[in-house]
Design a protein around this ligand. Structure first.
Ligand code: 5GP
Ligand code: MN
Length: 375
């Protein structure tokens, strides 16, 4: 399989850290998605097969449509299992961060806990990720912005020498699995990895035109990944309240501004409460306005519990929403999928910042413009 990066070298470097560690903590970013859950759970299974003791820690609720993933409900949640989190951190001799590029992305409270623990005892903090602009605060990092998902990066790291399957690392300090157990474990890991690839590409809608990505999908299917199960659980597993909230947003809330190729919508805390929906279950809504012809950028503004505003932006083509989120909302992400936060003012001021940025950078020449339409 063609690959410009030296994944073998990365695997050997990672293995050196693993060989010296017994209690490993894995972090995913705040507000888990399919790639952060898939990559951390796959990594946990791989490390446990090596005889390591592993805990996964995250902040933000687990979306209902990811709870089926083996091990998802055992993830330690900031705010709910703080004692267990502190215990896991105090025992740990290695931290691995997956699917984010800077420590603040685990959320402020969890970051505080982690930094307090690292101040007591310095241990290696590794990062494996696919977001551009990685920070330099890690002991070792394997950052691959060209990858569609962190799960793609892990699949490449753990490719078998013949590149047909995922390899289970060879344990030196635990009893080897019998072939049936190994096959079942490989299938579970492959399912977790394929989940991250499927969700981060929006079911192969975006960031998924490289032929070698499909070679990796073949590797995962050959390793036993259950693609039909993933697609079913991801798509057909939402609470009724989410469906109703989605209908409400599309009918009443989306504001369409063709002159700046954009649409946006805001959601207040009162509305979230009215629809009995948590933030975790609004994932994916921001993509919907992109279905409108001529709309190449969509933004979702949501009031958070701490009176701030969470911003999610998606785009099609050349509109670089990571630059927008970095300039306006202290955030970042990928070119076509990014986010940030706004705490300096009201939600409508956050919207004004967005609209102003889009006017400055992406205003359509006037002959192409159509009148603005508020729905
Ligand atoms: P989402 O809109 O689903 O929260 O995030 C979309 C993408 O933007 C993800 O790749 C996510 O990691 C990134 N992202 C979301 N929020 C932030 C943020 O506050 N800061 C940074 N740097 N990236 C973010
Ligand atoms: Mn990702």
């Amino acid at each position: 399989m063609e690959q410009s990066r030296d994944y073998r070298k990365a695997y050997d470097e990672l293995s050196e850290f693993l060989a010296k560690s017994h209690h490993i903590v894995l972090f995913g970013h705040k507000g888990p998605d399919g790639d952060s859950v898939g990559s951390t759970l796959a990594m946990r299974m791989l490390l446990e097969s090596l005889g390591k003791s592993v805990q996964v820690i995250m902040a933000g609720g687990m979306p209902l449509n990811l709870r089926w993933m083996p091990g998802a409900t055992e993830i330690l949640q900031q705010g709910r299992q703080d004692e267990e989190i502190d215990k896991a951190l105090s025992l740990s001799d290695l931290i691995i961060c997956l699917d984010f590029n800077a420590l603040y992305r685990i959320g402020p409270l969890l970051e505080e806990r982690l930094r307090a623990s690292l101040a007591q005892r310095s241990i290696p903090v590794l990062m494996i990720d696919h977001h551009p602009y990685p920070s330099d605060e890690f002991s070792w990092q394997w950052s691959c912005p060209e990858a569609a998902a962190t799960c793609e990066v892990l699949t490449r790291l753990f490719l078998s020498p013949d590149e047909r399957c995922i390899r289970l690392p060879e344990a030196t300090d635990s009893t080897p699995l019998d072939p049936t157990q190994a096959e079942a474990l490989r299938a579970k890991i492959a399912t977790a990895l394929l989940t991250g690839i499927i969700t981060d590409t929006g079911l192969f809608n975006h960031n998924s035109s490289r032929p070698d990505l499909y070679e990796l999908v073949a590797v995962l299917l050959r390793s036993g990944a259950d693609k039909d199960l993933i697609v079913d659980k991801i798509n057909h597993n939402h609470p009724e309240s989410r469906q109703r909230l989605e209908g409400y947003i599309l009918y009443e809330k989306v504001v369409v501004m063709p002159e700046i190729q954009s649409a946006y919508f805001v959601l207040t805390r009162e509305e979230m409460e009215r629809f009995e929906t948590g933030a975790a279950d609004t994932d994916g809504f921001v993509n919907k306005p992109l279905d409108i012809k001529g709309i190449n950028c969509s933004a979702f503004f949501r009031e958070t519990l701490d009176e701030g505003v969470k911003v999610s932006v998606r785009s099609i083509g050349d509109i670089a929403v990571n630059e927008l989120c970095s300039e306006c909302f202290g955030g970042g992400g990928h070119k076509n999928a990014a986010g940030g936060e706004f705490s300096q003012g009201s939600i409508s001021e956050a919207v004004d910042l967005f609209v102003d940025y889009m006017r400055r950078h992406y205003l359509r020449p006037s002959k192409e413009r159509k009148p603005a339409m508020g729905i």
